[in-house]
Design a protein around this ligand. Sequence first.
Ligand code: DPN
Ligand code: ZN
Length: 327
Amino acid sequence: MKIRATLGSVALASTLTLGVLATPSGAATVEVAAAPTIPVAAVQEHLNQFQQIATANGGNRAHGKPGFKASVDYVKGKLDAAGYQTKVLEFTNWGTKGYNLIADWPGGDENSVLMAGGHLDSVGAGPGINDNGSGSAGLLEVALTVSKQQLKPKQHLRFGWWGAEELGLVGSTNYVNTLPAAEKSKIKGYVNFDMTGSPNPAYFVYSSSGQPAGSEKLQQTLEAYFTSINVPTETTNVGGRSDHAAFARAGIPTGGTFSGAEVRKTAAQAQKWGGQANVAFDKCYHQSCDTTSNINAQSLERHTNAIAYTIWTVSGTTRTVPAHTTS
Ligand code: DPN
Ligand code: ZN
């Protein structure tokens, strides 16, 4: 389906493809880009890389261990090659050096930043492929797709891969707390992805209730994606269990999705989402069996596309292109 739009009147929906319209002058056109479909195989390829990194580094990608830094290097290498401006920000936790990887997509209104992130570290017990290779890989593939499309969003896009989440949200808290107030106030929203490929998956969207004003819009946008693919969602209060917490404390609107951890799926949830009732969403949560075998590809695909839809929709993706360009 195509959409025709004039400058200043923009409609975005998951079903839209590129549309082009000559303006009255004929000099320029407006292109309305809809969210792309992210192929799950590309996300799984990043997970294979995280698995190999863990296997080559003592079985994990934990804070302070070589598998964590190797994960940072892998993600950074892809982003640098795609034209991102990347920074590795160091912090120290109990005498051990940690890293946050921050990637800015050049362009957009730098006074209105939309941020998306997730933690890149695993626990010490295992490779952390669902927790949180899944969110990390999805964010990476979405970021690479932004580059492939040479997206020109209205907002400035920034991605974050956090260190030492598993030790108490250390990296994300350090990032927010060390940002100058003027920089903090430019961040207009933060969406978090921590566990998106759970083997017995849920489709949770972070509840905006009790979150900073503006979080409702993020919740609704994430829900709209799942509605568009006919997948029912439930809201969940993640509270202080993941990296959006520091952003929320700073008054920044937050949102996110989650496919579930140690809690068991109820019969009602199994009815609506499939999978096994009375079995944990992720029976390998924080264990050595959180490998590439611990991933539900359909969940990974759906949650990753929710990331893409939200970034495209919230940031605004119209751009002017030459009049002779056709769709
Ligand atoms: N914070 C997650 C972990 O890293 O173990 C678990 C979790 C994520 C729990 C999101 C609730 C919601
Ligand atoms: Zn996690």
